[in-house]
Design a protein around this ligand. Structure first.
Ligand code: ADP
Ligand code: MG
Length: 283
């Protein structure tokens, strides 16, 4: 499809703003991480991706986040085809995407406040960014974002003093201070206890809903995915096994998805009473 030349980022009229059409990703070494995947997401939609390790979930999120270029097929995000954009336009597009890696790469000696404010970098000049390292520009914003994940007390701590769960929440606070309209979160609550995981996911969903951003989340905790998302995508071996409303995802499908790993997966979340997750959807 021909791209709008004037300002492709303004064209957000279509229903399915994000789409993968026949997308395959082969890594060097011959691994096919995505195998002819076709999916679409409406702007503002909230979707969970589940599936066993190695299914291609991270690759899918990185492909939507324009961090991985497909070997075959077409990608459209925020209604533009990123790989047909000029480098400067691709750079602008990336400002509107937020990829949260499972283990956020926080510089060990950096203070938490600066690590969170890294989410503001796309809107700052280089000079503003450098000055902010000494005198944080928007510290109250960072504090507010941290408070939403219950880690506000860590604002001036060094990142290497944080626990794994705190690091993960600092990474998520970055999403809150960013201007993203597409959140791609890779197992964002994997290091949190069940109550914190639920609260963090609720915060992210509420924020995405508030700004009409699309939220695509890979989740290891199947019960959390079932409780919080009305659309679930099951991936296995680089392919989409199902793409269904929550009500249609039953034990049989989950067994097909996880195979022998199902037992282990459910065991991981067995400490959680699924009834505690039966909360109303944000949208
Ligand atoms: P998941 O997130 O579901 O565990 P991934 O997308 O991380 O799946 O990985 C899918 C497949 O691609 C796996 O077989 C993995 O080993 C492989 N893979 C992932 N990243 C790379 C890479 N950078 N280079 C080579 N192979 C990779
Ligand atoms: Mg992964």
């Amino acid at each position: 499809m021909q791209q709008a030349v004037a300002d492709p980022l303004r064209d957000v009229a279509s229903r399915h703003a994000h789409e993968l059409a026949g997308v395959s990703v082969e890594y060097s070494g011959g691994v096919t991480a995505l195998d002819d995947v076709s999916l679409s997401f409406a702007q503002g939609e909230q979707v969970a991706i589940i599936g066993p390790s190695g299914a291609g979930k991270t690759t899918l999120l990185h492909t939507l986040g324009c961090a991985v270029r497909p070997t075959r097929g077409t990608v459209r995000v925020l209604d533009v085809q990123p790989w047909s954009l000029a480098p400067s336009a691709l750079h602008r597009l990336r400002r509107e995407l937020f990829i949260a890696p499972q283990a956020p790469p926080l510089p060990p000696r950096q203070r938490v406040v600066n690590a969170v404010l890294a989410g503001r970098l796309p809107r700052w000049t280089l000079w503003e960014a450098l000055r902010s390292l000494v005198l944080p520009r928007e510290a109250p914003l960072a504090a507010e974002a941290l408070a939403r994940f219950d880690v506000e007390g860590k604002l001036f701590l060094r990142c290497d003093r944080l626990s794994g769960g705190e690091r993960q929440r600092v990474g998520l606070a970055r999403a809150i201070v960013s201007d993203a309209r597409l959140f791609l979160l890779d197992e964002p609550v994997s290091m949190l206890d069940p109550a914190l995981a639920l609260a963090a996911l609720q915060t992210l969903q509420a924020e995405a809903h508030r700004r009409r951003a699309t939220l695509v989340v890979s989740l290891h905790a199947v019960d959390l995915a079932l409780a919080r998302f009305s659309r679930l995508i099951g991936m296995r071996g680089g392919r989409i096994l199902f793409d269904l409303p929550r009500a249609a995802v039953d034990g049989k499908l989950l067994e097909q998805l996880y195979g022998r790993e199902l037992g282990a997966s459910l065991q991981d979340s067995a400490t959680v009473d699924i009834a505690t997750f039966a909360l109303p959807q944000c949208r």
